[in-house]
Design a protein around this ligand. Structure first.
Ligand code: ADP
Ligand code: MG
Length: 320
């Protein structure tokens, strides 16, 4: 299969047609229109075989995840997704692999009305880069530097599920029925787009949890020049996460494992009632887990008030 045939067959026309796309796949550039009064939010993420997924990973899930992790970044800014571009480096042109990858990508793209407007296709070790573009009302984006002392810290969904799936089936002291759920949390994360947009204008700061709560909340702390205090008992967990905790007493699962793609937001105390009313409509839930403080660093308190020693940070690519 030639490069152009491959693009035409698997990537031309992915997603719904949008009328803000003047020109999509097929020319040297896409031509796109940003609505008046909106800012363009742009993000890119790469998945590398052997680093982010193992050889032989399910291509349909990869198509989903490559887009989902980018939509999660848009969610964390409170942005509405619009377009994506895809740079694919492939060891070969396997039509079965490409069809499944394209299916996973397209389904998620269609669900959030995202159009694939261009990309690049090259030969080499399997690497998938997706760039996503979205709109946010000018001045309304949720940034990492927007937290203030006394702001309440919230997270969506549950923490540690993707981390449990990564630990391998044999090692998980969790009910067997949980495994498909855990696998889907790892392989097909749900970007919290509706939640992010609903919180834009209410929350002070936001981030998506890709590298673990301590690491990612740590970015909010650093950007805002603050620290935080967390109440461990409040950390939201699934039945599988609870089973793990009961068995091991190991909080690092909830604090430091990555790949959950939940949102962590800070909320000024005056906005708490409004945010909690809003959150009653979030299917994934929104849980208050702590508070921002002037003192740098993140302190994790047990129910008895004692402090957890040195909670580890999450994954870092160049930490050697
Ligand atoms: P150029 O050489 O001008 O960069 P390419 O031959 O790389 O163009 O790509 C031709 C067209 O196909 C362009 O519009 C490009 O955006 C699009 N394209 C290439 N690869 C992909 C892909 N994997 N997914 C979507 N569009 C792609
Ligand atoms: Mg090119």
């Amino acid at each position: 299969m030639k490069e152009f045939e491959l693009i035409h067959r698997f990537f031309d026309g992915v997603g719904p047609w949008r009328d803000d796309v003047r020109l999509g796949v097929g020319d040297d550039c896409a031509l796109l229109r940003v609505p008046a009064g909106k800012e363009l939010a742009v993000t890119i993420d790469t998945l590398v075989e052997g680093v982010h997924f193992h050889q032989g990973a399910d291509p349909e899930s990869l198509g989903h995840k490559a887009l989902a992790v980018n939509l999660s970044d848009l969610a964390a800014m409170g942005a509405e997704p619009a377009w994506a571009t895809l740079a694919l480096t492939l060891p070969g042109a396997d039509p079965h692999w490409l069809a499944a990858f394209s299916r996973g990508f397209s389904r998620l793209a269609a669900a959030y009305h995202v159009q694939l407007v261009g990309g690049d296709t090259t030969r080499g070790p399997l690497t998938i880069s997706v760039q996503a573009h979205g709109f946010v009302t000018a001045g309304r984006a949720l940034r990492r530097d927007g937290a203030r002392p006394g702001d309440l810290v919230y997270v969506t969904g549950t923490l540690g599920d993707a981390g449990l799936a990564l630990r391998g089936i044999e090692d998980i002291p969790a009910p067997a029925g949980c495994l498909p759920y855990l696998q889907s949390r790892l392989q097909r994360p749900s970007p919290r787009l509706g939640e992010g947009r609903a919180l834009a204008g209410l929350a002070g700061a936001a981030i998506d949890i890709s590298d673990g709560l301590i690491s990612d909340l740590g970015h909010i702390c650093e950007a805002s020049g603050l620290g935080a205090r967390l109440e461990l008992e409040r950390l939201p967990r699934s039945p599988a996460g609870q089973a793990w905790l009961d068995e091991t007493g190991d909080w690092s699962l909830l604090l430091s494992s990555g790949d959950d793609y939940e949102l962590c937001v800070t909320v000024p105390p005056g906005r708490q009632p409004e945010v909690e009313r809003l959150a009653a409509g979030f299917e994934c839930g929104l849980t208050r887990i702590g508070v921002m403080e002037p003192r740098p660093g993140i302190r994790c308190l047990r129910a008895d008030g004692t402090e957890l020693e040195k909670p580890s940070r999450g994954y870092e690519h160049f930490s050697s």
